[in-house]
Design a protein around this ligand. Structure first.
Ligand SMILES: Cc1ncc(COP(=O)(O)O)c(C=O)c1O
Length: 410
């Protein structure tokens, strides 16, 4: 008998695994293709920087001058002049004595920070908002004893304080996201600052994947409203470059000593080929534009557009027969929506929108807690708000229609 080939083995094994996932409602599929940006509520390119001519040109010029790839890890001498240019582009928003360091992705920047911090503070305790991004859980819980990483309830000052007060560690690091990627809510700066004032030895690390570039100060934690509250306690920030910055990568913004520590231990820096010349130059240009007049103009437009979208959708939801619950926060381009009558109805709305050409991603457990599966909607300058709202009107009507048919059948 001929032994099955590796392909046959994979096919046999996967059928069973995928059937199991599908039966549990957990099977993930590749995203939709061919959705025009103007109908896409799934992309995080809030300020449309990915399409900015100046950013693209800078990247292309760098690729022509330096090559398509960076050829080696940064420590082996990859394109240092370009990284210097990126440092100059970030210097307008860097606090004194701080540096920036670009890694290949936001996830690997989060990992690098955790590794560098552990080198300097091996006995620190880490307090992680339990709803933080998977890359933060992985960065911290993957490398430390379970007892030194403690989870606190999302945005709960009370729960965080309770945990901090019990800690005997000299250094306590609080890890949060500025704007939560799935809930679309902002971390409360007052709460964080109050905890740090009350418990000695507290420091904060902020993942700014969804806010970097969305402020005149570039970062949420350095913005006019938050700087005086937060900056005295901040020890590091991860500024995502694949969202509002419009390119890719994760920019660590840290005191210079922590950058040096990254060079000693960060695997994503030491054992990985450096970001390509295109990426480094495009990120530098995008940062330059975002801290200047261009960024201001784009942010003002986004704010208007977000308001119009939220108001329009709120009205449509209020008029619908089926019941919806949603979170639309002021100034947050990330929002969510789900049916009160269950996952099936929420998924149905995503499908109806899909039929109308609108991508409104359905987010399922375990990315969000079971029972809170939702449509995650993210507004960007690409969006054609009135057409998308029109599609919502039709899709909601279709969901209502099927609800009333089901009621009649019963
Ligand atoms: C909050 C948060 N942190 C980190 C990341 C990881 O960033 P990257 O996609 O660049 O790895 C993401 C998203 O993708 C995110 O939403």
């Amino acid at each position: 008998m001929v032994a099955p080939s590796p392909t046959e083995f994979v096919q046999r094994q996967s059928t069973e695994v995928f059937d199991r996932l599908k039966a549990a409602g957990l099977l993930r599929c590749d995203g939709p293709t061919g959705v025009p940006l103007s109908y896409d509520l799934g992309n995080n390119d809030a300020l449309a920087m990915s399409q900015c001519g100046a950013v693209i040109s800078c990247g292309v010029d760098a690729a022509r001058a330096w090559g398509a790839g960076s050829r080696s890890s940064r420590l082996l001498g990859s394109s240092h002049a370009l990284h210097d240019r990126l440092s100059s582009a970030t210097s307008p928003f860097l606090p004194d004595g701080w540096s920036s360091l670009l890694l290949g992705s936001g996830s690997s920047a989060n990992q690098a920070f955790a590794e560098a911090f552990a080198l300097l503070f091996p006995n620190a305790e880490v307090f992680l908002d339990h709803r933080c991004h998977a890359s933060l859980h992985e960065a911290w819980r993957g490398q430390r004893k379970a007892s030194s990483v403690l989870l606190f309830r999302h945005r709960s000052c009370h729960h965080l304080l309770e945990k901090l007060r019990h800690s005997t560690a000299e250094v306590k690091l609080i890890v949060v996201e500025s704007l939560h990627s799935m809930d679309g809510d902002f971390e409360c700066a007052e709460t964080l600052a109050a905890c740090c004032r009350e418990v000695p030895g507290c420091m904060i690390f902020v993942d700014e994947a969804h806010t970097a570039g969305n402020y005149d100060s570039f970062l949420w934690c350095l913005s006019e409203e938050n700087r005086s509250l937060l900056f005295p306690h901040i020890v590091g920030v991860m500024a995502g470059c694949g969202k509002a910055v419009g390119v890719s990568g994760g920019l660590l913004v840290v005191p210079a000593e922590l950058k040096k520590a990254c060079f000693q231990v960060a695997r994503g820096l030491i054992y990985t080929t450096a970001p390509s010349p295109f990426v480094v130059a495009a990120v530098a240009k995008s940062c330059e534009l975002l801290v200047g007049a261009e960024g201001k103009k784009r942010r003002a437009e986004l704010e208007k557009m977000t308001e119009a979208f939220q108001m329009g959708l709120r009205n449509l939801l209020a008029a619908a027969t089926s019941e919806w619950t949603f979170s639309f926060q002021a100034k947050s381009p990330v929002m969510w929506l789900r049916s009160r009558s269950g996952v099936r109805r929420t998924r149905q709305l995503a499908e109806e929108l899909g039929r109308l050409g609108v991508n409104a991603p359905f987010i399922r457990a375990p990315t969000v807690p079971r029972g809170t599966e939702r449509l995650r909607l993210s507004v960007s300058l690409h969006l054609d708000v009135s057409t998308v709202l029109q599609s919502f009107r039709s899709a909601l009507a279709a969901v209502d229609q099927s609800l009333s048919s089901e009621k009649q059948e019963k």
